[in-house]
Design a protein around this ligand. Sequence first.
Ligand SMILES: *[C@@H]1O[C@H](CO)[C@@H](O)[C@H](O)[C@H]1NC(C)=O
Ligand SMILES: *[C@@H]1O[C@H](CO)[C@@H](O)[C@H](O)[C@H]1NC(C)=O
Ligand SMILES: *[C@@H]1O[C@H](CO)[C@@H](O)[C@H](O)[C@H]1NC(C)=O
Ligand SMILES: CC(=O)N[C@H]1CO[C@H](CO)[C@@H](O)[C@@H]1O
Length: 577
Amino acid sequence: MHGVSKLLALCSLLALALPALAEVGWWRTAQFYQIYPRSFKDSDGDGVGDLNGITQQLPYLKEIGVTATWLSPIFTSPMADFGYDVANFFEIDSTFGTMEDFEALLQRAQQLGIKIILDFVPNHSSDECEWFKRSAAGDEEYKDFYVWHTGKVVNGIREPPNNWISVFRGSQWTWNDERQAYYLHQFHHKQPDFNYRNPKVIEAMKDVLRFWLRKGVYGFRVDAVPHVYEVEADENGDFPDEPRNEWNNDPEDYGYLDHIYTTHQPETIELVYIFREIMEEIDAELGGDDRVLLTEAYGPLDVLMQYYGNETARGSQIPFNFELLSNLNNNSNAYHYSELIHNWLDKMPEGQVANWVLGNHDQSRIGSRLGADRIDAINMMLLTLPGISVTYQGEELGMTDVFISWEDTVDPQACQSNEEEFAHLSRDPVRTPFQWSDEANAGFTSGPNTWLPVATDFNLVNVKRERSIPLSHLNIYKQLRSLRDEPTLKQGDVDVTAISPNVLAIKRSLSGYSSYITVINVSDDVETVSLDSVFPLLSTKLRYVVVSDKSIRRTNDETFANSVLLLPKEAVVLSTI
Ligand SMILES: *[C@@H]1O[C@H](CO)[C@@H](O)[C@H](O)[C@H]1NC(C)=O
Ligand SMILES: *[C@@H]1O[C@H](CO)[C@@H](O)[C@H](O)[C@H]1NC(C)=O
Ligand SMILES: *[C@@H]1O[C@H](CO)[C@@H](O)[C@H](O)[C@H]1NC(C)=O
Ligand SMILES: CC(=O)N[C@H]1CO[C@H](CO)[C@@H](O)[C@@H]1O
């Protein structure tokens, strides 16, 4: 029986046995939380976050209702790109602790009912990886683990084989003296790309996944999937040049070329299906809850939807939905919000679950990107939409981007540029230490220094203070999280509508239960909306369930559905009575 009909058969079975399909698979309504381990909590005073710090703070994740947390890379690495350059896929980097520390983290997480997901960086290793060293040395087993080319000779001078430009500027090809050839790297020159056209590489990666799943992790977030494959070499072993982007005039810049041969090759989707098989292999081997695959890819929606799987193969349960993250801006109106939400819901294959991502370690924070006065509104949207929500650490507190001077900048993507350009390339502003309290260094470390400066507003924006303020960002987030346990929010239908250019409404409904309506004023104008004309069969009166500190109404206040007043950028969640 193939995938879809199997799923359909399963659905009809469950329809008899269980209240709703949404009960199946813990991840279908999960609250994911991304931890950037360098910046979450430092347990040993060296100014860099670590695994024991995460273990100490797992109760906080429990407090805010996290079901699963994914950790940015913790594997052994020379840290040329802060862990996205893995030197040993089977070890924990000493910056973060030891394997015993990781096992203790897993054990504590299990006690608390929180699942741990690891970041898997398949596109490349570090140049300090044993596999790369053996490949450079021409070792038979490893010689084709990476992409090598002797280059071309022009006027007696050796040059890289083609024009490909690295994401971090400059050629994608770096000369290796030992091998007497260039190796390919789509990112940093210390991150040589794997040759996925070699089946041995795929087998090696499957073993990496099995190793950590057997330790007790519940899945992986697979990094930057579009870059995993390059176009296949021609019969001479050569790769074609990529065409120019006429709008870009900087020949060192990644945007100078249109990356038709180095991103979104059709084989990348197939690789995700292969990785999913490993999740299922371990589900069968160890039993228990489903293992999941979260995939990071930026690209056209019809391509992204293929990551879910096709009629014969299952793919990623959670292909990250970056529609809102990538396309909303300070000036987006409610039609724009609605369109972006519908883009995913309407294109998603039958039987799959939506997910909503508004921040990560590579993107400006919500409060800085969309305005600090929209933080609660965005969290209300994120947590009342159907399916899976993904929160980047600190967004629940309303942390904003921190100004980092050129002198303090450490992100390689920024350091490789210059003092004029670095600010728009740097990801340091969103990676600063997590703000636990108003103590020194925001309670992140007991030591005197931190690897990146702490935000200057930490005495106002921190967990300890926000716990004590009823309508703080943190407490609103926690209220929303509790609301998500309601059957309507877990399993109900969704109706997303822009009532006007200024007002977005998200209605969730489930037969036999109260309906919930999130109403967001995205504009700067005061406005009254009539919800019963937009959502027929709504009750004449509605009750406020979640309000923000902008609201003049309080929780449990009532209003007539035909005249809901919203202040500028206010958002509320209402329920039918
Ligand atoms: C699904 O994807 C697999 C792997 O790419 C492919 O072999 C298969 O033909 C696809 N099935 C359909 C129905 O497209
Ligand atoms: C968004 O717009 C408001 C009002 O125009 C402005 O105060 C704020 O700085 C802007 N935020 C961003 C991130 O541009
Ligand atoms: C949204 O806020 C603006 C003021 O910023 C206000 O004029 C408008 O009436 C509000 N919209 C609603 C529906 O209340
Ligand atoms: C595939 C991959 O590893 N993605 C990552 C690729 O490497 C760059 C640089 O390390 C990261 O920033 C990506 O996230």
